[in-house]
Design a protein around this ligand. Structure first.
Ligand SMILES: [Zn+2]
Length: 144
């Protein structure tokens, strides 16, 4: 189903957490970047009514919903994993068509974060506190 401007708007309204506001980043040049700032209560997303921006928005909402942004001590890769999975599941529930390409981009992002996590742990000679489960590795397209 085509993502219309009305549908885009409806989903933004429906999923914006209570006491938060959404602001659009001005002009071009803000590719694939979203932020959620707990101090101002603002979610910033690029100004484009596209599936990509909707996924960026839902990703930020997940960080708020799962309380990642308020002093969370979970491994960063895991927070990103949770946010991407939730954003994707909402998109499916709302019948937003997510392309294979977009899904690969999501997975590649989490995979990069996970690899970086393992590299940093190794660098400092510490045991990774949260290693991916076989199901998570499989989702990321990695093998043990
Ligand atoms: Zn994130």
């Amino acid at each position: 189903m085509l993502l219309t401007y009305q549908k885009f708007d409806r989903i933004i309204k429906k999923y914006t957490p209570k006491d938060w506001v959404v602001e659009y980043l001005p002009g071009p040049g803000h590719f694939s970047v979203g932020t959620a700032d707990p101090h101002s209560g603002k979610i910033h997303i690029p100004y484009r009514d596209s599936v990509e921006v909707l996924l960026i928005f839902l990703h930020e909402v997940a960080h708020i919903k799962y309380r990642h942004i308020q002093a969370c001590n979970q491994a960063e890769w895991y927070q990103e994993y949770v946010a991407e999975r939730w954003a994707y599941s909402v998109a499916i529930k709302e019948k937003i068509e997510v392309s294979e390409y977009r899904l690969r981009v999501l997975k590649a992002y989490v995979r990069r974060r996970y690899r970086r996590y393992l590299t940093v742990c190794k660098l400092y000679g510490i045991e990774p506190k949260r290693k991916a489960t076989p199901g998570q590795l499989n989702w990321m397209g990695l093998e043990e």
